[in-house]
Design a protein around this ligand. Structure first.
Ligand code: HEC
Ligand code: HEC
Length: 302
């Protein structure tokens, strides 16, 4: 072979081991460049372990001494460098994140009237509100707030149990709601039919007029909450029964007058118990504010 021709075997140091009488092992040093690269990679690894997250330690890992600054709970804090914190930092400092934060601050410090008067704040509250609604409210109230009777009222009509003012809506979201009408199982037979016909007639639905007239007296027990004129009482969450807006029973969708009356009779007999959870601990005040603007607008902003 070419290699062995110019170097005599005797000139190269061997390890001294001999097999089969004459088989020896050369002891050639490693190439210098290779050794330096090897040492350099060791030094690099040690520096890397010290700087960056490296070794698993039980359930955690060595965090490294390298840090970056992110915002946590409104304060700037130094945290260990790792790709998760790097991602958080990027989310906080990217141009769109910075713009978003400016708007959140602006909305946070503005009154509802100021937000309404400012198209850019309105657009922001609308788009944030829509996202928050999808994540927190749509499961019950439907994607567009159309509701799902009898369990969940529509927020997209202009019919309110508790009232449509900004302060009321934001209070509803913050504290949650308990809708409660007692059942009247003792009202039965003709008295029940007559009263239900009277309630339908309040909304101008054509019913047996004589029966509706007979049912009028029975409404006295209902007036305590729904008012003598049946216009409702937002303090109690008792709806207006004269406006054809229905938040519990889908009277409009019921195909026949008998079906409509059966729905009213069901409410009178069984009453209504509904609940909406409080969101104080799940949403920040500014999130509730943006949702309030969004929900208020869903129903036409009146
Ligand atoms: C678990 C189901 C549920 C979720 C989630 C929910 N709601 Fe409700 N919501 C209800 C129920 C039930 C009522 C009716 C309360 C009553 O009968 O008085 C209601 C009523 C309301 C009302 C009052 C409507 C009126 O006519 O006065 C508003 C406003 C409202 N919800 C907004 C929201 C918003 C905004 C969210 C999301 C942050 C939300 N809700 C999430 C169940 C829910
Ligand atoms: C103690 C107060 C109270 C009394 C008394 C009461 N209601 Fe109600 N009623 C309510 C409340 C509150 C609601 C709404 C419940 C909810 O949405 O969670 C309601 C809802 C209704 C609804 C459903 C309306 C809709 O928009 O879907 C009808 C119909 C109704 N009441 C009829 C009556 C009649 C008829 C009587 C008399 C027999 C009566 N109520 C007595 C409090 C009362």
């Amino acid at each position: 072979m070419a290699l062995s021709s110019d170097k005599k075997p005797a000139q190269v140091e061997t390890t001294g081991h001999v097999w089969d009488g004459d088989l020896r092992e050369y002891n050639n040093p490693l190439p210098r460049w290779w050794l330096w690269a090897f040492y350099a990679s060791i030094v690099f690894a040690v520096v890397y372990w010290i700087m960056y997250p490296a070794w698993p330690v039980f359930k955690t890992f060595t965090p490294g001494v390298s840090t970056l600054t992110i915002e946590q709970d409104g304060k700037m804090v130094e945290v260990p460098w790792n790709s998760r914190n790097l991602f958080i930092q990027e989310m906080q400092t990217s141009p769109s994140a910075v713009r978003q934060r400016e708007f959140v601050d602006k909305v946070s410090n503005a009154s509802f009237d100021q937000i309404l008067a400012d198209p850019s704040m309105m657009a922001f509250a609308r788009s944030m509100g829509s996202g928050l609604f999808g994540g927190n409210c749509a499961a019950c109230h439907g994607q567009g707030g159309q509701g799902n009777l009898p369990s969940y009222p529509s927020l997209a009509d202009n019919d309110w149990l508790w009232g449509s003012s900004f302060t009321t809506i934001s209070h509803d979201i913050e504290k949650g709601l308990k809708g409660n009408m007692p059942g009247f199982p003792t009202i039965q037979g003709a008295a029940l039919t007559d009263l239900a016909n009277h309630v339908l007639s309040l909304s101008g639905i054509a019913v047996d007029a004589a029966s509706a007239t007979r049912g009028k007296a029975g409404f006295a027990v209902c007036a305590a909450c729904h008012g003598a004129e049946a216009k409702g009482n937002p303090m109690l969450g008792a709806p207006n029964l004269t406006d054809m807006g229905w938040s519990n029973i889908d009277v409009v969708g019921a195909p026949t007058v008998d079906a409509k009356r059966a729905m009213i009779e069901g409410v009178i007999s069984k009453g209504i118990q509904r609940q909406m959870p409080a969101f104080t601990n799940r949403l920040t005040p500014v999130e509730i504010k943006m949702l309030t603007v969004y929900v208020h607008e869903l129903s036409g902003g009146k």
